[in-house]
Design a protein. Structure first.
Length: 118
C-alpha cells in the first residue's frame, strides 16, 4: 500500500526559500516518475514539477528557474527546493506519481501548507 508523507512547508516572506520533502513507502520508488502538485484555495490541483525515473525534470512555466525537483532513491524521498517564493505560490503541496497530472489518482497524502506572505 502506497503511503506518501509530505513535509517542510511553512510561512515564508516573499523572496524566501523552502525545501519540501516527500517520503514514499509501499512502492519501488526508483521505478516511477514522480511529481509535485499544489492546490490553492478554490482552485484545482495542478502539477508543479515532475521527475522521471532517470532523473529528468520538467516544470510548470510559473515555477521555472525558481523551483528544483530532485530525488534520493536510497531514501525513497523526492524533494522540491523552492526559491524566490511569491504570494501566488501559496498552496497545499502534494507529491504523487507523475501520471496523476493526466489520470485520476485516488490516493493523496495530507500535503504540506506553504504560505508566502509578508
Amino acid at each position: 500500500q502506497v503511503q506518501l508523507v509530505e513535509s517542510g512547508g511553512g510561512l515564508v516572506q516573499p523572496g524566501g526559500s523552502l525545501r519540501l520533502s516527500c517520503a514514499a513507502s509501499g512502492i519501488i520508488f526508483s521505478r516511477y516518475p514522480m511529481g509535485w502538485y499544489r492546490q490553492a484555495p478554490g482552485r484545482q490541483r495542478d502539477v508543479v514539477a515532475t521527475i522521471t525515473a532517470g532523473g529528468t525534470s520538467n516544470y510548470a512555466d510559473s515555477v521555472k528557474a525558481r523551483f528544483t525537483i530532485s530525488k534520493d532513491n536510497t531514501k525513497n524521498t523526492v524533494y522540491l527546493q523552492m526559491n524566490s517564493l511569491k504570494p501566488e505560490d501559496t498552496a497545499v503541496y502534494y507529491c504523487n506519481y507523475a501520471r496523476c497530472q493526466s489520470s485520476k489518482c485516488d490516493y493523496w497524502g495530507q500535503g504540506t501548507q506553504v504560505t508566502v506572505s509578508s
